[in-house]
Design a protein around this ligand. Structure first.
Ligand SMILES: Nc1ncnc2c1ncn2[C@@H]1O[C@H](COP(=O)(O)OP(=O)(O)OP(=O)(O)O)[C@@H](O)[C@H]1O
Ligand SMILES: [Mg+2]
Length: 346
C-alpha cells in the first residue's frame, strides 16, 4: 500500500499538473509494492506508467495533443497550442541572458519544492527587444525544455471592438492558466500594455490593462506567463513590478552573428570561409534575417548540387538582407516625410 506521503504527493502533482513528478511518485509506489511482495501489482503499475509516458511523448513528437491540453470552445479561438522541441542550446545569446533563462528553468523544475516553503518560482516574464532577436523562440525553448505545452494567446481574437468582451476573454485565459500548466505567451503585448492605448478607445484599453494587472497579480498557478514586445518604451509603468524578470534582447554582435552563421551552415560551410566579408555583411541584421540569408544560400547550393555554400553566394544573400531591411527603413522615412508634408498642408 502507498504511504500517506506518496498519496499526498500523487494528489498534489495531479493538481499542479506536474506530470513528471506524478510519474516519479507513481514509480516509487510501484517500487514499494514490489518490495512488499506485490509483484503483479508493481508490474501492472509500471506498465500503466510506461504506456502513459509513451503516449505523452508520441503526442509531443507528432504534434498531436493530449485532451487535457487542447483548448475547447471559446478558448480554442483564443489560444493556439503547440509542443515545441526547441532547446536553449539552439539559441545564441549573451551569457547574462542564458543565466537568466537557466535560472527560470531551474526554479520551474523545482517549483513544487519552492512552493512547499511558501515561495513562488519565477514565472511571469517580460521579454523586450527588436524583431527577430529570439523573444518568441525563448517562449518555445522554455516550453520545450520544461516539457509543457506552449499556448500562444491570439491577440486578434482577444481584442475585439466589443471591448467589454475582452476582459471576459482575458478571464477565460487566466482560468486556463490556472487549470492547465503551460507557457502562456502574449506576443505584441504593447497592444494591451501600452500607457496610452489606442487613441480611439483609451478608456476601454485601460480597463483591459487594469484587468490584466489584477489577474497577473493574483495568479498563483504553476504556469509561466510570458509577455513580449518590441516597444518597451510605451508600456505602462505599473506593469513592470508585476513581472518576476525582464529579459532584454539585442541585435547580434559580430561574434554572435558568426556563431549563428557557423552553426546554421553546418556541413554547408564555405571553404575557405570569408570571415571578414561575412562579418561586415551581417552588421545590423537580426538573428532572424541572418538565418534567412543562410537558408537562401544553402538552398542555392542544394539546387546546384554543390556540397558547400560558396562564400560569394553567402555574402550576396547577406547583402540582399541588409538592402532589404534598409529598404524598409527607406520606405518608413519616406512615409514620415509625406505625413509631415500632409500636416503642413492642412
Ligand atoms: N537569439 C537567437 N539565437 C538563434 N536563433 C535566433 C535567435 N533569435 C532569433 N533566431 C531565429 O530567428 C527566428 C525568429 O525569431 P523570433 O521569432 O524568436 O524573434 P522575435 O524576437 O520574437 O521577433 P518579433 O519581435 O518580430 O516577434 C527564430 O525562429 C530563430 O530561427
Ligand atoms: Mg516574436
Amino acid at each position: 500500500m502507498a504511504s500517506a506521503d506518496q498519496i499526498k504527493a500523487l494528489v498534489k502533482s495531479h493538481i499542479d499538473g506536474d506530470e513528471q513528478y506524478f510519474y516519479s511518485v507513481a514509480m516509487q509506489v510501484a517500487a514499494r509494492e514490489a518490495k512488499v511482495g506485490h509483484g503483479k501489482l508493481a508490474e501492472d503499475l509500471r506498465d500503466m506508467i510506461d504506456a502513459a509516458k509513451a503516449r505523452t511523448s508520441t503526442a509531443a513528437q507528432t504534434g498531436k495533443l493530449l485532451p487535457i491540453a487542447r483548448p475547447r470552445g471559446e478558448l480554442a479561438n483564443l489560444l493556439t497550442v503547440t509542443y515545441p522541441k526547441n532547446r536553449l542550446a539552439d539559441m545564441v545569446l549573451e551569457p547574462r541572458t542564458v543565466a537568466q533563462i537557466d535560472r527560470i528553468m531551474q526554479e520551474q523544475r523545482l517549483h513544487t519544492r519552492i512552493r512547499e516553503h511558501g515561495l513562488s518560482p519565477r514565472c511571469k516574464l517580460l521579454l523586450v527587444g527588436p524583431p527577430g532577436t529570439g523573444k518568441t523562440m525563448t517562449a518555445s525553448v522554455l516550453a520545450g525544455e520544461l516539457g509543457i505545452p506552449l499556448f500562444s494567446v491570439r491577440l486578434d481574437a482577444l481584442i475585439t471592438k466589443f471591448m467589454g468582451e475582452t476582459a471576459a476573454k482575458l478571464r477565460q485565459i487566466f482560468d486556463a492558466i490556472t487549470s492547465v500548466r503551460g507557457v502562456y505567451f502574449f506576443d505584441e503585448f504593447d497592444a494591451i500594455g501600452s500607457q496610452r492605448g489606442n487613441a480611439n478607445d483609451v478608456g476601454e484599453i485601460r480597463r483591459v490593462l487594469n484587468s490584466f494587472l489584477q489577474m497577473i497579480e493574483n495568479d498563483q498557478s504553476n504556469s509561466l506567463i510570458i509577455a513580449a514586445t518590441n516597444h518597451v518604451e510605451i508600456l505602462d509603468h505599473a506593469l513592470f513590478r508585476r513581472f518576476d524578470d525582464v529579459i532584454e534582447y539585442h541585435l547580434p554582435t559580430a561574434e554572435q552573428a558568426l556563431k549563428l552563421i557557423r552553426s546554421h551552415l553546418g556541413k554547408f560551410a564555405p571553404k575557405p570561409f570569408p570571415l571578414k566579408a561575412i562579418s561586415t555583411k551581417s552588421e545590423q541584421l537580426s538573428y532572424a534575417e541572418i538565418r534567412r540569408a543562410i537558408e537562401d544560400a544553402i538552398k542555392e547550393a542544394i539546387m546546384q548540387n554543390e556540397p558547400h555554400v560558396s562564400g560569394d553566394a553567402l555574402i550576396r544573400a547577406l547583402r540582399e538582407r541588409q538592402q532589404f531591411s534598409l529598404g524598409i527603413l527607406g520606405i518608413d522615412s519616406k512615409r514620415v516625410t509625406l505625413n509631415h508634408a500632409g500636416s503642413t498642408n492642412q
